[in-house]
Ligand binder design. Structure first.
Ligand code: ZN
Length: 455
């Protein structure tokens, strides 16, 4: 199968040039000017005036996530379709075992749940408790191609981990050459804030951010960086939302410590004024960490541009209005999470590139290249180059549209980006050399995505 992309502007994290790109089967085999093919059965796309990006990699999604209000409303099938629609060809989700479950058993269970995933995919693995044989289990995961792990310092009643166990996990992951993702929030402080507020009858979504003030994230970030230094473990801090967290991350990076950082579109585009208003409008924005202040937003954009933050993931975890309404009398019962896997590229292009906050190369770095580098997929993914996987987005930079919960592909009746104007669109999406999306329709029967083995 041959697919030839003509006259597009190829954009990588470090270059930009007009060229033709030839894909054979699932690989990019040639990048040159004026590639001509003699046979008729090749597919040819004219990409004049368009950008040719490496397929998006979203390193932080939660499809089919169990919560007290039921599963997050996108399963792997619907969520991955929405991802493809928006130009994301690979996702990394999570394996979260029960406290007594073996990691490999939990991986097998999750693989079954992901058997209808349409993108390429992998998982970060969550040790939720230290067991005597955990070191061996962590090594086994790495041998199987799952090289990244995730711990939570919040949610102590379910999946959160103690500081003692955290240090043990870090030492093990560091020793075996993996990387540890950390959800940094001070779980105990948050739990006591929550019970104090609700005791005072403060139960609306307005109080959600007050239960998780800025310092509960920043202090946890500081602690995690110190522990990781002691343990010699590379870490990746998910969904960074505060200015102060950034200052700790920046200091560690200056010292030469391997500390990577991620933020999400929601923290770049909204402030905490979204928690003033009617229940469902405000409950839609209940996520953890919560939305912050204008100064934090400004600091996040600076950190994207200067390289302190490496990736923009979505933390995609949508719920329906009905599910959010579980917490109508108590914000603690509102399932935490928002959707966005479909809109990540368009939001970052519109509000980052078009608005002049980041360059087009930085856009590629944040949406694809750095996730590939950090999580062991580079240079197969994250770059348009000979020998790379043919995961390609052909981007029309002129197309204008508006986000709407009535037209999106995510399986939820909530869209926090509803009504936002967008510039730029993934005109063609190619996964493993196959044209998946063309204009406003899926062009092929979607097939099951590949499990990615990472190094
Ligand atoms: Zn998450």
């Amino acid at each position: 199968m041959r697919l030839l992309i003509k006259n597009g502007t190829v954009v990588n994290s470090d270059n930009k040039f007009i060229s033709d790109v030839l894909c054979v089967d699932n690989k990019i085999v040639e990048i040159a000017n004026s590639i001509e093919l003699s046979d008729d059965d090749s597919e040819i796309i004219d990409a004049s005036g368009c950008f040719v990006f490496p397929g998006g990699i979203d390193p932080h999604v939660h499809m089919n996530l169990p919560s007290k209000a039921g599963f997050s409303s996108d399963d792997f099938n619907s969520g991955s379709k929405a991802a493809l629609w928006g130009g994301t060809t690979s996702i990394i989700d999570f394996v979260t075992p029960h406290r007594s479950q073996f990691l490999d058993e939990a991986i097998h269970q999750r693989l079954t749940e992901a058997s209808n995933c349409n993108t390429s995919f992998s998982f970060h693995i969550s040790p939720v408790k230290w067991h005597d044989d955990m070191d061996g289990q962590i090594k086994q995961c790495i041998d199987l191609g799952f090289t990244s792990f995730k711990v939570y310092t919040a949610y102590k009643d379910t999946i959160g981990i103690s500081d003692d166990d955290l240090l043990k996990v870090m030492k093990s992951v560091g020793k075996h050459g993996g990387i540890l993702l950390i959800h940094c929030e001070l779980g105990d402080a948050i739990d006591s804030n929550k019970s104090e507020l609700t005791k005072q009858g403060k139960r609306s979504p307005f109080y959600h951010p007050l239960s998780r003030p800025s310092y509960t994230e920043s202090q946890a970030v500081k602690n995690a960086i110190e522990l990781a230094y002691e343990a010699c473990c590379p870490i990746y801090i998910v969904h960074v939302s505060t200015q102060e967290s950034l200052s700790y991350i920046r200091d560690a990076q200056k010292r030469g410590q391997l500390v990577y950082a991620e933020t999400c579109p929601q923290y770049l585009l909204f402030d905490d004024s979204r928690y003033n208003g009617k229940f469902i409008d405000t409950a839609s924005f209940v996520m953890s960490p919560p939305l912050r202040k204008k100064e934090d937003i400004d600091a996040l954009w600076v950190a994207l541009a200067d390289g302190t933050i490496h990736t923009v993931g979505t933390d995609h975890c949508p719920f329906s209005i009905k599910q959010k309404a579980e917490g109508i009398d108590d914000f603690r019962k509102i399932p935490n999470g928002v959707g966005g896997v479909e809109h990540r590229l368009q939001l970052l292009f519109t509000y980052g590139v078009v608005s002049g906050k980041i360059t087009i190369n930085k856009f590629v770095e944040l949406t694809s290249t750095n996730a590939a580098r950090i999580f062991g997929l580079y240079p197969k993914k994250g770059i348009i180059d000979v020998g790379a996987d043919a995961d390609i987005v052909i981007w029309n930079p002129e197309e204008k549209s508006m986000i709407s919960s009535t037209t999106h592909h995510q399986n939820t009746d909530i869209n926090i980006y509803d009504g936002m104007e967008i510039v730029g669109s993934p005109e063609y999406v190619i996964l493993d050399g196959k044209l998946i999306k063309e204009g406003n329709s899926f062009s092929n029967e979607l097939s099951v995505g590949r499990l990615l083995k990472r190094k």
